[in-house]
Design a protein around this ligand. Sequence first.
Ligand code: OAD
Length: 254
Amino acid sequence: MSTDCLQALHRVRQWLQDAHHIAMLTGAGVSAESGVPTFRDAQTGLWAHFRPEDLATVEAFRRNPPHVWAWYAERRTQMRDVLPNAGHRAVADFQRRHPGRLTLATQNVDGLHQRAGSPGVLALHGNIFEDQWLEPCALARRAQDGCTVEQAEAGQPPRCGQCGNLVRPAVVWFGEMLPAAALAEAEQAAGRCDVMLVVGTSGAVYPAAGLAHLARARGARVVIVNPHPSELDDVADEVLAGPSAKLLPQLLEF
Ligand code: OAD
C-alpha cells in the first residue's frame, strides 16, 4: 500500500474513532469476496450477462413467471452455499463491541450481514430467501399470516394454497418502492451520522445512493470503500481504493 493510501486509511480510522454515530451503506461488492457476483462489474457482473428488464421488474415476472422464478431459484441456491467474509465479520464485530454506534443499511439481498451477526440490518432491497405474494389483495395479505405455499410443478413458481396468488421472491425490483420503514430509518441515520461509510456499491441506484448525498448535505464525512471508481466519488471526503474484506477489518478493528 502506498504512503498516500496508508495516510488516508489512518485519517478515516481517526474519523471513525471520533464519530458518535456511523452510518453505513453496502452494496454487492461487499459480498464479492464471498463469491456472490456483483451487478455492474464489466466482466463478472450479473447485468453484463442478463438484462435487468427481463428479470428484475414486476412486468418481467408477469410476462414470464417460470423464467424469472428459475433465475432467482438459481441465485438462492448459489447464495445458500456462500459464507460471510472478513468484511461482513468486521462490521458485525464492531457492532458487538459498540452497540448502537453503527447503523447498517444494505442493498444486498444475500443475508450475509445478518449471518455474520449484524443486528438490525436495514435490508433496503429485501431478502432473496423470503417469498412474497404477487398481488397485494386483501385475501393475500390475510393468507400470508398462516398460509401454506402449494407445491409447484417443476419450473413453475408456487402459488398460495388459499388465494391462488403467485409467489415471487421478496426482493425490490426496478420501479418498486423500497420498504418504507427501513428506508426511513436509513435516512434518519444518514442525516445524523458523523461519518457515512459507502462500501462496495456503484452508487447507481436510487434512493439508496441518495443516502450518501443526504449525509454529505448534513455535514457528515463520506467515505467510499471500493476497488474501482463509483458514481459517488464526487460526494466523498475520502475514497479508499481497495477490497472491502481487506479494508473493513483495518478500519473497524478498535
Ligand atoms: P453494483 O454491481 O452496481 O456495484 C458493485 C460495486 O462493488 C462496484 O462499484 C464494484 O467496483 C464494487 N466492488 C467489486 N468488488 C469489490 C470488493 N471486493 N470490495 C468492495 N467493492 C467491490 O452493485 P450495487 O451497487 O449493490 O438491485 O447495485 C445496486 C442495486 O442494483 C442492487 O441492489 C440491485 C442492482 O440492480 C436490484 O436488483 C433491484
